[in-house]
Design a protein around this ligand. Structure first.
Ligand code: GDD
Length: 322
């Protein structure tokens, strides 16, 4: 009798990373894909795969709902991507970010623990956990001190350490991935490169004056294409040590100003760049530059999509939509 396919559950499947992961899994692995949705979830990112994934309504903040989810699906692998992921929102509503990100994960761990079903879990932690990083500490290794500079960063530290603790206490198979910035088509328009790309597309379409509004252009980030990231997540659950933590990022750091200039060079529109004080943060993370040696050695992962292609794809994505 043929073995039934592995059951993979993605929390946050309707989001940016979740939808790319679902597509990658269906194209590259023989698995059944399940995903959680909420009542008001927007479904447009799933349009390519909607008829091939199993969607289950679940509020991760609600322990009963999560226990039903795990007991019904009995997943072999879980990718826990659902989160409040935009840093500025975490200053406006810190409680919501902390509750959503921490409680959702605790409920998932508790449900898996009580189900008794063996399951591997990847948890999406973040380079924002490093927060205040000194030049001498870059590129950043996993041992770097965690000095988060936003409630979002703190919520990710909590998620990360809960992953460690549930592994130590109960032997749960949790792999902690600290992912650096990732971009690509479908990225929410609040995030920096997607935001700039959308403003350019809007200007080209005549929807706004030729003025592009920006926040802190001096920050340095390490961008990786989302399609490389979802492949990395699969490898993380295939090869990485449970309980351990892994940085994931390209290792190529770029100043936001330079990334903006690359984007502007992809357009023939004449655009003025203007500082917008509302886009400045109470404390911005100045530099995030990834040392992913541990992850690369464990999995053989290499990013394949250069930043130029990511930028072009994002711009084209918005050009089709504005
Ligand atoms: N969003 C935004 N909008 N950021 C701007 C702007 C702007 O107009 N102008 C400059 N920036 C700067 C921000 O101040 C920040 O230094 C950098 O661009 C990146 O901002 P975001 O794209 O909002 O991402 P992030 O680095 O704060 O967080 C992202 O990466 C983390 C991993 O490092 C998010 O995806 C997090 O969810 C993720 O964990």
């Amino acid at each position: 009798m043929a073995e039934s396919p592995m059951r993979v559950l993605i929390t946050g499947i309707t989001g940016f990373v979740g939808s790319h992961l679902a597509e990658w899994l269906l194209a590259n692995q023989s698995v059944d894909v399940y995903g959680t949705v909420r009542v008001r979830s927007r479904m447009e990112h799933l349009s390519n795969v909607a008829d091939r994934v199993h969607l289950i309504e679940c509020e991760l903040r609600d322990a009963v709902s999560v226990q039903h989810l795990i007991d019904d699906v009995r997943p072999d692998r879980i990718f826990h991507l659902a989160a409040q992921s935009f840093v500025p929102t975490s200053w406006n509503s810190p409680e919501d970010t902390l509750m959503n990100n921490i409680l959702g994960e605790v409920n998932l761990f508790e449900a898996v623990r009580h189900s008794g079903h063996p399951c591997r879990m990847q948890i999406a932690c973040s380079s924002e956990e490093y927060g205040m990083v000194y030049e001498s500490e870059t590129p950043i290794k996993e041992e770097n001190p965690l000095r988060p500079l936003s409630p979002y960063g703190v919520s990710k530290v909590a998620q990360d350490l809960l992953g460690y603790q549930y592994h130590q206490s109960y032997g749960l198979h949790v792999v902690r991935t600290r992912t650096f910035n990732h971009e690509g088509p479908r990225r929410g328009e609040a995030f920096v490169l997607s935001n700039f790309a959308k403003q350019i597309a809007d200007i080209e379409a005549g929807n706004r004056n030729p003025v592009l509004r920006v926040g802190n252009l001096e920050a340095i980030r390490d961008f990786t294409d989302v399609r490389d990231i979802v492949r990395a997540y699969w490898l993380a659950l295939s090869h990485c040590e449970p309980g351990s933590v892994y940085n994931i990022g390209s290792g190529q750091a770029i100043r936001i100003r330079d990334a903006l200039n690359q984007l502007l060079a992809l357009s023939t529109a004449k655009i003025e760049v203007q500082a917008d004080p509302a886009r400045m943060r109470p404390s911005d993370v100045q530099v995030l530059h990834c040392d992913a040696t541990r992850f690369r050695e464990k999995t053989g992962w290499e990013p394949l999509v250069p930043l130029e292609d990511t930028l072009q794809d994002m711009l084209d994505y918005w050009r089709e939509r504005v």
